[in-house]
Structures are given as C-alpha cells and as structure tokens.
Design a protein around this ligand. Structure first.
Ligand code: GRF
Length: 208
C-alpha cells in the first residue's frame, strides 16, 4: 500500500531551460507525484521554462526583479510572494533560478522552499558546480536537492545522487549526466515531502 499524501501546490521559480520543472510536471502526469503545478515564474522574459509552462497550460509570468541583478529582494520579492499566495502555492521549487532568495520568501514559505544544485553539497556550491568538480579532478559528481536557508547552497540536504566523472568528460558531458539524475531526484524529493516523510533533526533530514 502506498503512503497517503497531501497534494503539494507547487510554484516554480526558474531562469533557464526548465528541464527540472518538466521532470516535475512529468511525474505529476504519470501519477507518481501527488501535486499540482499552480504557477511558474521566471526572471528572464524569454526563458524556455515559460514556453514549457505555456505548453502545459500552467499559469506563468515574467517576474521583473529590477533593480537587482543577482537576488530576489524588495518590491519584486513582495510581488513574487503575492503571486504565489494568490495561486494557493504552498511549496516553492527553485529550478535553475539564478538569483539568491532572501528571508522574505523563506518566511512566507517556512521549510517549503527547495532547490536543486548540480553538485554533491557541501562540495562545489555556487555557479557551475559540475565545472568546478571537473576542474578540481573529482572522481564523483552529482546533484543535491535541499531545503533553502538564508545562505547560498547551505540548507539541509534532502536527496543526493552521484555520477562518475569519466576520462574525457567535458563540462557539457558531465552536466548532461548530472541532469539525468536531477530529473529523478527532484520529483523523488517532492514525493517524500508530499507523503510527510521528511523529518528535520538539526541539519539532518531523515527520510521516514
Ligand atoms: C540545473 O543544472 C540545476 O541543478 C541548476 O540549474 C540547472 C537548471 O536546469 N540549479 P533546468 O533549467 O532545470 O534545465
């Protein structure tokens, strides 16, 4: 018998291609994730993630984050929170969102803001985690789904999936191998959240 779950009401923030958002939509459609995608927001007006949302008839919008270039703050943060709340969102999924989120959003959705990072945290936080791993000479790379806290890529870890770094890998081949795992990890983490199976003890997230 499967674990009873509560349908998550997901809002996605993304800046790029939206392949992770797509993996969540696919899991919802396949019936393996009990969730509804209520809103997709992008800080990039012509981002592919918005096209993907339109294809699936998911409400979506460009979120003008000016005057800030690297963070979601001030009036834009307030607008973002209002739009998410208006759509009934209870879980915020950062999927390739290239901005730092600030305490306002975290307070509006306590322990309900998740992120995916293309490295095995705490190794290689920040930009281009896969490239950092390759340049460092790591033998194993991967991805991490984590709760977001006030730091950058520092929140409690939910799921990690590892891949080998192979001889001859380029940033592109390694990133593609990591992304294939991201598309498994994010729906899985959200499924565990929807089933109430994530328990936070200090920094550790236990999977019940
Ligand atoms: C992913 O590699 C993710 O780990 C990072 O940004 C990328 C987003 O890709 N945070 P996509 O837009 O989901 O295709």
């Amino acid at each position: 018998m499967s674990t009873p779950s509560t349908a998550l009401k997901i809002g996605v923030l993304g800046s790029g291609s939206g392949s992770n958002m797509q993996s969540v939509v696919d899991a919802i459609k396949a019936g393996t994730l009990n969730a509804e995608m209520r809103l997709v927001l992008s800080d990039v007006p012509n981002a592919k993630i918005l096209d993907r949302a339109r294809t699936h008839n998911i409400p979506c919008a460009w979120l003008d984050c000016a005057p800030f270039k690297t963070k979601l703050d001030g009036a834009a943060e307030q607008r973002c929170i209002e739009m998410l709340k208006k759509q009934g969102v209870d879980t915020v999924v950062l999927a390739g969102f290239m901005r730092i989120v600030k305490p306002g959003l975290l307070k509006a959705f306590p322990l309900r803001v998740l992120n995916i990072h293309p490295a095995l945290l705490p190794a290689f936080p920040g930009l281009h985690g896969w490239q950092q791993a390759l340049e460092y000479g790591a033998k194993v790379a991967g991805c991490t789904v984590h709760f977001v806290d006030a730091g950058t890529d520092t929140g409690p870890l939910i799921i990690q999936r590892a891949v080998p770094v192979l001889t001859g890998d380029t940033p592109e081949t390694l990133h593609a191998r990591i992304q294939a795992e991201e598309h498994i990890a994010y729906p899985e983490a959200l499924r565990l959240l929807s089933e109430g199976r994530l328990r936070l003890s200090g920094r550790r997230v236990d999977i019940l």
